[in-house]
Ligand binder design. Structure first.
Ligand code: HEC
Ligand code: HEC
Ligand code: HEC
Ligand code: HEC
Ligand code: HEC
Ligand code: HEC
Ligand code: HEC
Ligand code: HEC
Ligand code: HEC
Ligand code: HEC
Length: 347
């Protein structure tokens, strides 16, 4: 076996053992050199406990070996399990899949950072090329470029020019990279990340009528693409209605008798995030209806003068309480009707 093949075999074995070790390791236990050795013995891989210097971590400056990512030795020589915040937990994320050739290493995101690595002595080292943490001096565009080298296209086709890109929001403002769980990817925790900046939507979530966002059944990203979109307000689809139809397909029609504002835009009557008027209504009926229908029932002109008042000429005379309470007592098919006799949206 020549030495190159041996090195490859060894790194493959180490990867396998570390994955096995990960499974065995109890939740919350630190990763690192010491643990990595333990993993090897836990997995029964005693024959490769001794690492030939520099063979696995090809770029290792001083014979150190990679700990979690291929080629990380040049960084993990100093940044090990003792680091705070913990950096090695990246090995437990989808960026830590060693067997995948596309997996980044420390320098894919942070840069080669030559001056930082070369530092010796007791003073603080010069900064790495790219720092992502809070109060970093690395410009947003530069940080985002590092991520976009691998994540351009697909969901991020419209990132350039999107509201978040224009507002200097960084990928790492929403995504955490080193922690084992990225809150923004989980439906149940995603909103916490968004609410940090979007206070108005957080307030809406406490109103009487809402989408079940708090319950984790609907996420912001079910309606929005935070990476950019061709629709208004970062909506996933080109229009509000197309976005609502993703889940409320029964409101799409086609209807024999459509209600014109419904066809136009759901948000003429509804607000998506929260309202104190059930169900997610912007104003309370009958006033909502009367904003457009202020003609009399008999006028023959639904968008004419004085509707809620006198209903002379109706085949079914509505009593005043019904009218005051809700127009929908009679006009039940407010979103459109398919009954041949549903021209007044009543069945
Ligand atoms: C010779 C030891 C050494 C090596 C090698 C090293 N670092 Fe560091 N690094 C440090 C020290 C020490 C600090 C802490 C500086 C401080 O507290 O301000 C640090 C801090 C950092 C920070 C935080 C900077 C900040 O301002 O918050 C990042 C990110 C970082 N290193 C990444 C890397 C990467 C990536 C590599 C490999 C390319 C690497 N380091 C290699 C010693 C090293
Ligand atoms: C996929 C990109 C990516 C990779 C790969 C990566 N980092 Fe980071 N790193 C980040 C981001 C983003 C942060 C900011 C905190 C967070 O999101 O977890 C960060 C934070 C840090 C910090 C803490 C200081 C700070 O700025 O908050 C250190 C130290 C660090 N990384 C070192 C490393 C080392 C060492 C490796 C290789 C084992 C590595 N990073 C791999 C993206 C990456
Ligand atoms: C060298 C390439 C590379 C770089 C640089 C990179 N990633 Fe990734 N990223 C990957 C790969 C590979 C995956 C696994 C994706 C897959 O399975 O399709 C991934 C997955 C992800 C995921 C999905 C995680 C999941 O569990 O579904 C997120 C989010 C992500 N990356 C964000 C980032 C961010 C933010 C940055 C910059 C701080 C970044 N990536 C930098 C290659 C990269
Ligand atoms: C405003 C918050 C936010 C910002 C900023 C953001 N993301 Fe995301 N990202 C999300 C959310 C939410 C999801 C989950 C989307 C879903 O489930 O449909 C996600 C998913 C992902 C994924 C995994 C699924 C996929 O689309 O492939 C990757 C990779 C990713 N983001 C990369 C990035 C990169 C790169 C950037 C910076 C250019 C970035 N994100 C900026 C919120 C954000
Ligand atoms: C770091 C702060 C920050 C985070 C986190 C954040 N946003 Fe934003 N968002 C902004 C800023 C700034 C704007 C642009 C200014 C504005 O319109 O409020 C914006 C704009 C938007 C818009 C478009 C508003 C418009 O008027 O066109 C939507 C939709 C949105 N964000 C949704 C989200 C979602 C969903 C999340 C979580 C996945 C999220 N944001 C996370 C800061 C953030
Ligand atoms: C059911 C679909 C849906 C969900 C879920 C949703 N939104 Fe929206 N969002 C919309 C629609 C539709 C608009 C456009 C509102 C309008 O035109 O009145 C919008 C607008 C916005 C705006 C711009 C507000 C403005 O005044 O222009 C922000 C910011 C926003 N949403 C953030 C969020 C956040 C954060 C979440 C998660 C907590 C979220 N959205 C969940 C559908 C949704
Ligand atoms: C990701 C799926 C999804 C999308 C997209 C969606 N909704 Fe919903 N909607 C739901 C769920 C789930 C409920 C709760 C149903 C239940 O409790 O039975 C709901 C409930 C509602 C309700 C009734 C609320 C109540 O208090 O009873 C209204 C009104 C509503 N949605 C309007 C909209 C509008 C308008 C849009 C487009 C802006 C939209 N929805 C987009 C999933 C969605
Ligand atoms: C003209 C005002 C108006 C428009 C426009 C409108 N709705 Fe409604 N919607 C209502 C009223 C009023 C109710 C309550 C009905 C009731 O109490 O009988 C309602 C109830 C709902 C409900 C909960 C009850 C049910 O029927 O499932 C959903 C979901 C809903 N609307 C979705 C939509 C969607 C999606 C659109 C856009 C395609 C839309 N609405 C457009 C007035 C409207
Ligand atoms: C944004 C304006 C608007 C709102 C709000 C509105 N409508 Fe309409 N409505 C219309 C228009 C426009 C038509 C179609 C008129 C036409 O085709 O001549 C219509 C048609 C109708 C019709 C059928 C009448 C016919 O002759 O076709 C009924 C019944 C009706 N609306 C009831 C209601 C009720 C009940 C509400 C409140 C839940 C309501 N509308 C809210 C604009 C509105
Ligand atoms: C008791 C049942 C009932 C109630 C309550 C009711 N309507 Fe009607 N409405 C009808 C009937 C039945 C028609 C058909 C009229 C006809 O046959 O000439 C009608 C017709 C209409 C029309 C079609 C145009 C017209 O003037 O004939 C509109 C618009 C309308 N109603 C709006 C409303 C609004 C807005 C409210 C609430 C303020 C309301 N209705 C309350 C039963 C009712």
């Amino acid at each position: 076996m020549n030495s190159k093949i041996k090195a490859v075999t060894l790194s493959a074995l180490v990867a396998v053992c570390m994955i096995a070790g990960n499974v065995l390791a109890a939740e919350g236990r630190d990763m690192g050199k010491a643990i990595a050795k333990m993993y090897l013995s836990e997995a029964g891989a005693t024959e490769i406990q001794v690492q030939p210097a520099g063979e696995v971590g090809a770029e290792a400056p001083s014979g150190n070996k990679d700990i979690v990512l291929k080629g990380d030795a040049k960084c993990t020589a100093c940044h090990d399990e003792a680091d705070s915040p913990k950096v090695l937990s990246i090995g437990k994320t989808s960026h830590g899949v060693k067997g995948d050739a596309r997996t980044p290493t420390c320098t894919s995101c942070h840069g080669e950072s030559d001056a930082h690595i070369a530092y010796k002595g007791s003073a603080k080292p010069p900064k790495p090329d790219r720092v992502f943490g809070k109060n970093t001096a690395t410009p947003v565009a530069e940080r985002n470029r590092a991520c976009l080298t691998c994540h351009k296209g697909t969901a991020r086709t419209h990132w350039e020019g999107s509201q978040h890109q224009n507002a200097q929001v960084a990928c790492s403002d929403c995504h955490t990279t080193h922690a084992p769980a990225d809150k923004v990817l989980n439906k149940k925790t995603q909103r916490e990340v968004c609410f940090a900046c979007h206070k108005e939507q957080r307030a809406d979530e406490h109103k009487i009528s809402t989408h079940p966002i708090d319950a984790g059944k609907v996420a912001c990203s079910d309606c929005h693409n935070p990476h950019g979109s061709t629709g208004p307000k970062l909506l996933k689809k080109n229009t509000v209605n197309e976005t609502c139809f993703l889940c409320h397909a029964e409101k799409r029609g086609p209807f024999l008798w459509a209600h014109q504002p419904v066809v136009e835009e759901c948000t003429i009557c509804h607000t998506p995030h929260g309202s104190n008027i059930t169900p997610l209504l912007k104003t309370r009926p009958p006033f909502m209806c009367q904003e457009c229908h202020d003609g009399s029932h008999s006028s023959g002109t639904p968008v004419g003068p004085n509707a809620a008042g006198i209903q002379a000429g109706l085949t079914v005379a509505p009593n005043r309480n019904n009218v005051g309470g809700s127009c929908m007592n009679c006009h039940r098919q407010i979103h459109g009707s398919n009954s041949p006799a549903g021209g007044f949206l009543q069945r």
